[in-house]
Design a protein around this ligand. Structure first.
Ligand code: SF4
Length: 273
């Protein structure tokens, strides 16, 4: 019996589903890798050969950048590895856009997992009114500004004690408990609880690295762009976005061709259904 021929929309839906599973596999891999590195670091603490979660975080490059430029030194707990990771991520983001948040970041993966659990329980996501949502998204820049200020003035990894990612994936709460962890654990608990109700709460409203990506994303060579002339408003493109970006409502963007003329990208032909 021959298979029924799928429509273009069905084919696109199927390929999106495959992409989603590939993305989940990648997220799981990197989350498992970071947890493995954290366990190794905690167990080999004495020898000091295993990298910590701090050393594996590209945001460390952002935190130490001003101090490094002005004094030639790093803030505490920051290594050359942070700068290498940060530079690699910068180049990758400028070339192909922000794949880190969707494919690599363990804290993004954890929030996606909470969304998955909520959906399995049949609970509905909450959405803030658009004006609130738009206003609160500036919170990422405020958090970034505060972190940069205190990182420079204290020359320490000031944010580490409050960072939900470091708190959770660093595994200090499991291997070397101290009362100082209560603050980080409290913030983490609030963030995760909010992420159950609102998809990727931390990414949307508070993540300082997300603020950096939001700026860099505007400079990326490879970006998804909507071509108004061929868009059928099916809104399929909105559904995979975990942070609620309404791609279907985006204004058409243009990009220069080799000849210098401005044209819609990608070409309309590639978006025709
Ligand atoms: S916004 Fe921040 S927490 Fe969310 S996926 Fe990106 S880097 Fe990770």
């Amino acid at each position: 019996m021959s298979r029924p021929t799928l429509t273009r929309a069905q084919q696109r839906k199927r390929s999106m589903s495959r992409l989603t599973w590939a993305r989940r596999g990648s997220q799981f891999f990197f989350a498992a890798f970071v947890l493995w590195a954290a366990v190794r670091h905690q167990l080999e603490n004495e020898s000091g050969t295993a990298a910590s979660v701090d050393a594996l975080c590209p945001f460390g490059a952002v935190e130490t950048f001003i101090t490094w430029i002005t004094t030639g030194t790093f803030i505490t707990k920051i290594h050359g590895s942070n700068l290498i990771l940060g530079l690699a991520l910068l180049i990758a983001t400028l070339l192909v856009g922000n794949a880190f948040c969707g494919w690599i970041c363990p804290f993004g993966a954890l929030q996606d997992a909470l969304t998955w659990v909520r959906n399995k329980l049949g609970l509905k996501a909450r959405h803030l009114p658009p004006a609130w949502d738009a206003g609160l998204r500036w919170g990422r820049y405020v958090v970034l500004g505060v972190i940069l200020y205190f990182s420079v003035t204290t020359a320490t990894l000031w944010f580490a004690d409050y960072d939900p990612y470091v708190t959770l994936f660093g595994l200090h709460w499991l291997f070397e408990w101290s009362d100082a962890l209560w603050v980080g654990l409290g913030i983490t608990a609030v963030v995760l609880a909010a992420s159950v109700v609102i998809d990727r709460f931390w990414c949307r409203y508070l993540c300082p690295l997300g603020a950096v990506f939001a700026v860099l994303g505007h400079l990326s060579l490879l970006r998804i762009k909507r071509v108004e002339a061929t868009c059928t408003d099916c809104t399929l493109c909105d559904r995979p976005c975990p942070v609620g970006i309404t791609v279907s409502k985006a204004n058409p963007w243009s990009t220069p061709t080799a000849s210098g003329a401005w044209t819609a990208w990608p070409p309309a032909r590639s978006r025709a259904r």
